[in-house]
Design a protein around this ligand. Structure first.
Ligand code: ZN
Length: 240
């Protein structure tokens, strides 16, 4: 079984369509969404519809929470806040209700998914290093857990100590635990502007990071057309 694990779409429909087409080419038959479907880009409602219609497991991201909550948002920088305010105006009540209903973490077959961390999923902390990963590992009951949130693909491996290694592609080994950041579909921040997602092949026991060119100019133009900040278009091109 080959499962495509993708998240941090951030309303970038151009990137999402490229990822889903590639996953089909790569013979993926299962799909898992790591959250942050909305925020930053111009197609929040369309991306929700696309993911919702797939009927796959989805966890909630912090932007999904902020865009759908009833009170005022908090803890966002000015750029993210401007995008969230725009997003709220462009989601239907049905969209918001669906986002509100998403769970923070789930077990899917033999692995766990959570947007931020397993130690405090509701606080939206970031796994940036081995120390952060160790805290999350202490709550991880499955061999494999997938996360997102930093928009930087990375593999953390616990085998006595915790070490970090680029995701690329590797085989899972017995006796170890894995915390895998699958990167971002719609707003990568590792300096590589290509859309990112991960394929988990259960028969091979392997993980593979995919990076894809997509219609980046189309996504940038859409940001300008709807009046979202120009900086959101600029950052797509540099992958930051
Ligand atoms: Zn995100």
């Amino acid at each position: 079984m080959r499962t495509a694990i993708f998240g941090d779409i951030h309303a970038n429909l151009h990137a999402l369509e490229a990822v889903l087409a590639d996953a089909a080419d790569q013979r993926c038959t299962n799909f898992v969404c790591m959250g942050d479907i909305v925020g930053y880009n111009a197609f929040p409602s369309e991306c929700i519809a696309r993911v919702r219609d797939m009927g796959c497991p989805v966890v909630k991201g912090n932007h999904d929470e902020q865009a759908s909550m009833l009170g005022d948002q908090e803890g966002f920088n000015a750029l993210a806040e401007e995008a969230i305010n725009w997003t709220r105006k462009h989601l239907s009540n049905e969209d918001k209700e669906w986002l509100r209903g998403l769970r923070l973490q789930r077990q899917v077959r033999d692995f766990t998914i959570v947007h931020a961390t397993l130690d405090t999923p509701h606080k939206w902390g970031y796994v940036f290093n081995q120390l952060d990963a160790a805290a999350s590992f202490s709550y991880q009951t499955t061999t494999l857990c997938f996360i997102g949130h930093t928009h930087v693909p990375m593999a953390y491996i616990r085998d006595g100590n915790v070490r970090a290694t680029p995701l690329d592609s590797f085989k899972l080994q017995q006796g170890k635990k894995y915390l895998i950041n699958v990167g971002s579909v719609g707003q990568p921040r590792d300096g590589d502007p290509r859309a990112a997602y991960c394929i988990y092949d259960t028969a091979l026991g392997s993980l593979k990071l995919r990076r894809l060119d997509y219609d980046l100019q189309g996504a940038q133009q859409a940001i300008r057309d709807v009046g979202l900040p120009e900086r959101l278009a600029d950052r797509l091109a540099i992958g930051r």
